[in-house]
Design a protein around this ligand. Structure first.
Ligand SMILES: [Zn+2]
Length: 307
């Protein structure tokens, strides 16, 4: 057993509604998973207690990785600002968890949720065989993670890959970031529901998708338009980075096949040269596991750096 335990990695994915966690073998095989309600109103210390308890229950080895939506100070292991989880703004989560687990702070890794999801897909999901790809998650917002040469790109301040805030329409709806017409105001799950409601179509996206699948032209047209905006956003990333592979995940990613014709039209409209012809759009494979799997992986990588 001891050799199994040494090769086991534990990751935690902190979301607005749930904390997902799990254990995965060093070779990328999922061994166990857990999910508990986030209950952030109980405060950050209570949150750190529960994260540490999850890690213990999963029999963590030496390292734990944590994915958090928001802007992070990786050096200090601190959450600077989380738009949807403001209860942990400014909280030194790494120290709090490391203290409870009685391990060095260097063995607890903190990373942005979209980046850990990208790393999860790169390690054990749809990006396994791709050196370079962009992960796009369609959920409450539109998240993005860039993988180049098998590694996630965080940029100077950790905000690289935030494709959700690429401008698609300067006169478009107001975004949570304070600007207008960002990709996520047009192509997130939230945006798609709003656009459906405006057209008297079902705002429940599973229902909308079913209607489109059953041949409803108006539902098909809306999903095409949402895909078109997404494709335009992907084109912007492509022109900048010469990417050819996109992995689409998040809850609304389930509608990929309905969005695909629009995405392709948007890409072909806005990208140029070979990148407008030679690309692959893949569905994410890990679903709700992507975040904690990538967090486990980053814990492992940082642990190796520190040892
Ligand atoms: Zn924005």
């Amino acid at each position: 057993m001891s050799s199994d335990r040494e090769s086991l990695r534990v990751g935690v994915d902190l979301g607005g509604t749930a904390i997902k966690a799990g254990a995965i073998s060093a070779s990328g095989q999922i061994l166990e998973r857990r999910s508990i309600p986030a209950e952030l109103d109980r405060g950050p210390q209570d949150l750190a207690d529960r994260i540490a308890n999850l890690a213990r229950e999963l029999d963590f080895g030496e390292t734990v990785g944590i994915g958090v939506p928001g802007l992070l100070d990786r050096e200090a292991g601190r959450v600077i600002m989380s738009a949807n989880l403001h209860q942990i703004d400014g909280f030194a989560l790494v120290d709090a968890v490391a203290e409870r687990l009685e391990i060095p702070a260097g063995n607890v890794a903190l990373e942005n949720d979209a980046n850990v999801a990208a790393l999860g897909e790169a390690w054990a999901g749809a990006g396994r065989e791709q050196a370079d790809f962009l992960l796009v998650t369609l959920g409450t917002g539109v998240g993005g993670g860039i993988v180049l040469g098998g590694e996630i790109q965080t940029g100077t301040g950790g905000l690289a890959g935030e494709i959700g805030h690429i401008c698609i329409d300067p006169n478009g709806p107001l975004c949570g970031c304070g600007k207008h017409g960002c990709l996520e105001t047009l192509a997130s799950a939230t945006a798609a529901s709003r656009r459906a409601r405006e057209l008297d179509l079902p705002e429940d996206l599973a229902e909308l998708s079913a209607q489109a699948t059953n041949g409803d032209l108006r539902a098909q047209e809306l999903l095409h338009d949402v895909g078109l905006d997404l494709g335009r956003g992907l084109a912007a990333a492509t022109v900048l980075l010469d990417l050819r592979v996109y992995v689409i995940g998040g809850g609304f990613g389930a509608a990929l096949e309905l969005l695909r014709p629009g995405i392709e039209a948007g890409l072909e409209e806005r990208a140029y040269g070979r990148v407008a012809e030679d690309y692959t759009i893949l569905p994410a494979e890990l679903g709700p596991d992507a975040g904690w799997v990538g967090a486990a992986r980053i814990g492992q990588l940082r642990g190796q750096e520190n040892s």
